[in-house]
Design a protein around this ligand. Sequence first.
Ligand code: XMP
Length: 509
Amino acid sequence: MILIIDFGSQYNQLIARRIREHRVYCQIEPPRISLEEIRAIAPEGIVLSGGPASIYGPKSPKADTGIFELGIPVLGICYGMHYMVNALGGKVWQAQKREYGLAELCVKHDTGIFEGIKEKTKCWMSHGDAIERQPKGFRIIGSTANTKGAAVENLKKGFYGLQFHPEVSHTPKGKKMLSNFLFRICGCKKTWTMRSFINGSVRKIRSVVGDKKVILGLSGGVDSSVTALLLHRAIGEQLTCIFIDNGLLRQGEAADVKKVFKKHLKVNLRFVSAKKRFLSGLKGVVDPEKKRKIIGHTFIEAFEREAQRIKGVTLLGQGTLYPDIIESRSAFGGPSAVIKSHHNVGGLPKRMKLKLIEPLKHLFKDEARRLGKELGLPKNLIWRQPFPGPGLAIRIIGDVTQARLSVLRKADAILFEEIVARNLDKKLWQSFAVLLPLKSVGIMGDQRTYEDTVAIRAVTSTDAMTADWARLPHSLLGSISNRIINEVRGVNRVVYDISSKPPSTIEWE
Ligand code: XMP
C-alpha cells in the first residue's frame, strides 16, 4: 500500500484514484499522522501531495521528517517536493517566473521514475515557487524552459520530486511515471481488487460486529445499496435494512427496491410506508428550506420508530464514501455556506446511541459501483443517477400534493424513457422533470386549455460542484415534449432549462 500525505492540493483525490487504477491500495492521511501510525500501516512508499501553501510561508503544513528515515521511497509532487527538498537541506524560493498550464519537460535521465520516457514530453505545471538548491545526494533529472529543477531524484534512497502534476490527464506520461514509482521503485504488487476488498472487509465487519445487530437506512441509491449488500455478505440476518417510503420517489422506485432486495438478494428488509406522514407534514409548505427540514425530521422520526421495534441493535450502517471523509478533514477547507440544507441523517447515531459502521469509507464512487457489481447489485441500481433525499418534493415548485406528485411522476418517467432509449442516461449526470407553479394557455383539439408547465433539466458534471446544461439533440427534446404533453393530463407546455451551475443549482429548490 501507498500512503499519500495530504498537503491540501485540489488534486489529492486524483492521485489516490490514479494509484488505485494501477490496482495498488492507497490511503490519504493528514500531515499530522505520526511515525508510529505510519509504521503500523507499513506503506511500501509515500507520496507527498501538492498544496496551496509556500514552504517558506508562516503556516506551511509539515509532516514528521522521520518519514525520510523509514527506508522507503518517497515521491513529492509540487508542494510535496518543496517540503522534501526543504526538510533534507535544500532550498526553495519564489520562482523568477511563475508557471501555470502546459510546459515541455526535457528528460535528462530516463532512469527511475522516468524509465521508458523519451527526451521531451508535456507536463502540467501550477506553481510560483521552485527549487533553488537541491539537497545533498539529489540530482536534476528533468527541466522545463522556466524551471530548471522540474524533476529531481536521489536514486540511492528512492526519493523523487516532481514540480509538475503527474496525476492530471494533461501530463500524458504521468501514468507511466506513477507506474514506475509504484512498481519499479516501491516494488508494489497489483493486489487491490474488489474481490480482495470484499474478503478483507467481510473479516473486519465480522470482528467489529460480533454477535450484535446492525440496522441500515436503505434509500435505493448506490451508496446505501452497496453498503447493505456488503454487510449482508458479512453478517447475513444480523443486518436489518429499513426502507422508508416517503411517497416522494419516482415512478416504480419503491416497489423496485423492495423486489430487488427482498426477493432477489434475500436481504432482511423492513419496508415502511410513511407517505401520509410526509404529505401531511408538507401540506401548504412552499418554502424550499422548510420542505427540506420537514422531510429530514419526518424521516428521522419514522426511521427511529421502526428501529426501536428491532431489539438489541447497537450499530448503524452508513454508506459514507472516501471523498466525504477526506473533505471533512481537509487541511484548508472549512465549512462552506449553506446553500441548501441537505437531507442527511448525521444526527441519527448520537440520538439513538448507536455506533457507526461505514464499510465503504475508503472507497471512491466508481469503486463502490464496481463493488456493487461484484456483489450482484443489478445494473439499473448501480448506474442510477443521483437522486436527492427530499425527492420529488423539491422538484415540485410550490405546494406538494398527491395530484401534483402524480403529474410529475408521469412526466419524469417519460423523460427518462426517452433518455434511456438514446443511451444518454449514463452520459448525463442527471436528467429529470420539474413541475412549475405556472399555468399557461394552450390549445388541444379545438379546445382552449389552461394547464401546468413542466421544465426539463439535464446536466453534465463530474462532481455536482459545477454543472453544465446538456446540449440534448433537438429531436430528443421534441419527442420528450410531444410525449409529455400528449400523455400527461394537466400539462400543456414543456420548457428546457439552459442554466449552468453556478450561478444556478442543479435542483430547482
Ligand atoms: P444542487 O441542487 O445543490 O445539487 O446543485 C447538487 C447535487 O446534490 C443533489 N442534492 C441532494 N442530494 N440530499 C441528497 O442526497 C439532498 O438534500 C440533496 N439536494 C440536492 C442534487 O440532486 C445534485 O446531484
